[in-house]
Write a protein that binds this ligand. Sequence first.
Ligand SMILES: Nc1nc2c(c(=O)[nH]1)N[C@H]1C(S)=C(S)[C@@H](COP(=O)(O)O)O[C@H]1N2
Ligand SMILES: [Mo]
Length: 297
Amino acid sequence: MLHGLVERPLVFTMDDLRRFPSESRIHFLECSGNPGYTKPYGKTASDLVGLVSCAEWTGVSLKRVLQEAGLKAEAKWVVAEGADAAALTRSIPIEKCLEDAMLVYSQNGERLRPQQGYPLRLLLPGFEGNMSVKWLRRLHVTTEPVYSREETSKYTDLLPDGTAREFSFYMEAKSIITRPSGGQRLSAPGFHEITGIAWSGHGKIARVQVSVDDGKSWQEARLQEPVLTRALTRFRLPWRWDGKPAVIQSRAIDETGYVQPTLAELLAVRGENYFYHNNAIWPWRIAADGEVTNALA
Ligand SMILES: Nc1nc2c(c(=O)[nH]1)N[C@H]1C(S)=C(S)[C@@H](COP(=O)(O)O)O[C@H]1N2
Ligand SMILES: [Mo]
């Protein structure tokens, strides 16, 4: 149901919702603890940043449903509540609800699976995954956020001055080389393609740069088309490995001009107590025998 600061509260069934015009869009969904800042860091790309996916989502624009209900002028937040035992509850700023938020019932052309929130979930492209509430049962339009467990005790970050950063919604630009990456082994010196994925909660990936000399110099990788907003983007760079130990890494630049930072840069600003929203560059070390390991672990 949809109630609170609206002209016409709505109680709708899935059948009612499916009579609204549908939309399909491709977006990533990422946990904001992907990865955390604490050691031990993952050995492989999926240990490290595996809590991300990208799918084609089908559903209804939340804006349309809010328009149907008629927002009152004081409406500033929408509180979304799940029907799981935790009744996961998150406050969403109205701007996001009117931008690109969706009520989705299908993923990759099939109805949502039980684990993904059947029959209905919220999808907030580019925001931390926790806010894309699964098994959605209630939308409450309010003037203020509710300060639920998931936006106070969890999903906030303690800063060095003792205050906490809260309502840190956006997943900032990130990239990872998936090949060659930790746990793999280069069979022989010579040609190898470096490839990986990049994404940004703020929009499209503009460029990805790759360094094969421990960050001393950077080259432009080629982006796989289509480059979609708030979606995983593949990059590739041809590389000739000379058989000597090397450190390779990628950095993403999104359409706002934001450049993915190093872990040292993030820690210098955020301190050791920070947990979520680690979008650091992640280097891989290649040994003379071709073995690939996490260079920061
Ligand atoms: N109702 C509800 N929604 C939820 C959760 C939950 O526990 N309950 N987990 C959240 C978290 S932390 C993430 S990262 C995403 C994961 O979505 P996925 O399972 O489709 O990958 O769902 C979010 N939505
Ligand atoms: Mo998560």
